[in-house]
Design a protein around this ligand. Structure first.
Ligand SMILES: Cc1cc2nc3c(=O)[nH]c(=O)nc-3n(C[C@H](O)[C@H](O)[C@H](O)COP(=O)(O)O)c2cc1C
Length: 409
């Protein structure tokens, strides 16, 4: 996928700068050309000469480079590439990017560009968790910057936690995601899922309390329906099992309508086998224990007690199936705090292959809204996407999933 693609690699001044040399090698092995920019601090860790030798290109370090500036070199660097990768992205670089600074070659290029940008942060765990860094991260994601990692692990200072640079191959996969091909020249989507069976769940479930009342949640079904539409546009044979929603049915998709979690599980089981199962529905964890047969009456006394019973766990049921388990099982995690941490725990608990996690606290406007900012949590790393409209999240997810499995199951 990277054959002939041009990557501008900004190397920040962190202890992980040496890993950027391996990243250069991995990108070039896949046919990309890599042009390096080193910050002044990066040159304390690795030399421009090693980066240049591995890239087979001169390394750029100075904003006021006499040779480059004859052609307004920083503008040319900002334009003549397919994507910019910042690895390692130091806390300082992230702050300068988020603040719109342009006080050296790296930040000037990053400000002067319209290219897609991927950053791979690496720093001490406390620097990463500092509210200032997290604020900068949020600002960068809002600006459309894609983030890979950092990973959890032992740090150089004998500490443990998130802060390690993502592995070079994870960064390569993220670059491929960033450069995922746009729609084909004919105007249609590329048929990356041709011949594959895809099952998608979407929307909320309604759990009746009595014949007129029910327990529900704020899911609109927009994200799940967009995924079903994107999978169909990518050539898949799609079954969409949908809870009660007001969004229209996607074109070219078989839609099965259900109301409760138990009905959804039955419809999912009936729709298997599938090559890919994507559980985007916000299934109620609980239902009312013992639905009243008649409408509960307000007769002036105490309110009736609402006892809850546990609903079936659809994602875990399918992910833990022996025979007939879809080769790729994807769950969604809607969280209101510690989103990635909770999603990692969910990935392990449910036995699925990937969790698409998002922050649904009311301030984000994600639940029921038009946009979504997701983290792809996998066994070997986390990919954080910028805020995108739900259709674009769906298209990118479909492309990403298509690359996670061989074309012929
Ligand atoms: C030994 C050493 C290791 C460092 N490692 C990191 C690091 O991993 N991540 C980070 O954000 N800053 C790290 N720093 C601090 C940065 O080098 C410093 O913030 C610098 O100004 C970053 O410059 P740049 O963002 O222009 O590359 C380290 C500093 C030293 C002395």
């Amino acid at each position: 996928m990277l054959q002939g693609r041009r990557i501008l690699l900004v190397i920040g001044g962190g202890i992980a700068a040496y890993k950027s040399l391996d990243l250069i090698r991995r990108l070039r092995e896949r046919g990309a050309t890599v042009r390096p920019i080193l910050t002044e601090s990066a040159q304390e860790f690795i030399t421009p000469l090693s980066a240049a030798a591995l890239c087979g290109e001169p390394a750029h370090t100075d904003l006021f480079d006499r040779n480059l500036e004859t052609e307004i070199g920083h503008i040319r660097l900002a334009r003549d590439a397919d994507a910019i990768v910042v690895a390692p992205a130091t806390a300082n670089l992230m702050a300068r990017m988020a603040g719109g600074h342009a006080d050296d070659l790296a930040t000037t290029v990053l400000l002067a560009t319209t290219l897609p940008i991927l950053i791979a942060p690496a720093m001490n765990v406390r620097m990463w968790q500092h509210p200032a860094t997290q604020r900068n991260l949020a600002a960068l994601t809002r600006d459309g910057v894609m983030v890979i990692g950092p990973n959890e692990g032992a740090m150089a200072e004998a500490e443990w936690g998130p802060g390690r640079l993502a592995e070079p191959l994870e960064i390569v996969a993220a670059v491929e995601g960033l450069l995922a091909r746009p729609p084909s020249p004919q105007g249609g989507e590329e048929q990356v899922l041709a011949g594959r069976r895809v099952l998608v769940t979407s929307g909320p479930t309604h759990e009746p309390i009595d014949p007129v009342r029910y327990i529900a949640n704020r899911s609109s079904g927009r994200q799940g329906h967009a995924i079903a539409a994107a999978a169909a546009a990518a050539g898949a044979e799609v079954t969409l099992v949908s809870g009660p929603v007001s969004v229209p049915d996607p074109a070219g998709v078989r839609v099965v309508r259900v109301e409760t979690a138990r009905e959804m599980l039955a419809a999912v089981e009936a729709a298997l086998p599938a090559d890919i199962a994507i559980f985007a529905a916000a299934v109620a964890d609980w239902r009312a224990a013992g639905e009243a047969e008649q409408k509960l009456k307000k007769d002036g006394g105490e309110p009736p007690p609402l006892r809850l019973a546990l609903n079936p766990d659809i994602l875990a049921t399918v992910a833990r199936r022996g025979e007939g388990r879809p080769p790729l099982v994807v769950g969604f995690a809607a969280e209101t705090e510690r989103v990635v941490e909770h999603a990692k725990a969910k990935l392990a608990r449910k036995g699925c292959d990937l969790i698409v996690a998002n922050d649904v606290s009311p301030a984000t406007g994600i639940m029921g809204g038009a946009d979504n900012a997701v983290h792809l949590v996998m066994k070997d790393g986390v990919e954080s996407w910028p805020s995108l409209d739900k259709e674009e999240v769906a298209r990118r997810l479909v492309n990403r999933l298509a690359r996670m499995r061989p074309q012929t199951p």
